[in-house]
Design a protein around this ligand. Sequence first.
Ligand SMILES: [Fe+2]
Ligand SMILES: [Fe+2]
Length: 345
Amino acid sequence: MVPSRAARFFSDPGRFVSLSSLDIPSTSLEDYFPIDLKNIIPNSVVTFPVYYPVYRTLRKELLFARLLESGESCTAETIQFFAEKGISVAYVHKSSLKILAGYLEDTTRSCINSPHVSTDQKTQFIYRHAAFLVERVFRDPRIGHVIGDASKWAKIVGTFLQKDEMTPACLCRIFSKDYTTFTHSIQVCLLGMAFGAYLKWGKEEIAEFGVGSLFHDLGKIWIDKRILQKPGTLSEKEFSHIRKHPRLGYRHLKGMGAIPAGALEIVLQHHENSDGQGYPLGLKGREIHPLARVAHIVDCYDALTTKRPYKGPLPPYKALKLMYEEMRTSFDLDLLKRFIHFLGR
Ligand SMILES: [Fe+2]
Ligand SMILES: [Fe+2]
């Protein structure tokens, strides 16, 4: 059965627009948050209204039409209907974000515990939930309760990783090869958590790593975008500006409270090198927090294997070769060897 509300809106094919094709002021979108429709479980009741943008060409006005009411069941047919229309993303009003966060937590937990869901699907669900958390915090870093939401997410994932295998191969299938701070944050987080499970960390430690690595580059919010996206070589002044991001993220997150101590050390120390040549503190070897030593390895690996404006992605074996042969003094060598072993399974 075709959903009546959605069908009504879609009966006029000119009404629904792709936002990317229009020159819409970003302020029109500020009150709405994008949600990947794959996050909605077929046949589940949504606990928040779901919107889709409607652009009135004559008035040059952007409106958000309600596709699903709170309490309405999102049937498999509805989802199929959206897919046929090429709609993969809808919007939730910012006043419902707390409810959406709770919905995602519940659905991630039930998806992970379901014997009918494949490991690949579970991994994708975990990834999309992480994307929601990262996007929220990068959009508005003042929202303190996102840290709590991320801690809950990391604990659910930590428990999952201790009993199910999230193999590097499974992760690589869904990882983006294009670098953005969002995808990089999620990828460092998930690959590092899976590595932690491989190292037999406890679930608290895996969760602590998860929160810290998810927000490890948060300080980049306060770094000039033109420098971050500059395709050419950076000047020493530009580099020193970028090198501020660990301290900026650390100060901000520490000020918000409720973040585990080890997670904070990841944010501050993920660019520290074992030989003391890193930043911001120039710590050496075992002076660097163990979770930050792991974050440093995974951070570097993800940066090398993804595409930047100034370089293509390296294949995994070339990235590891470079790290092992030319950058080995940067890392805890024992951890690096185990990371290589972990990736080669
Ligand atoms: Fe960083
Ligand atoms: Fe990073």
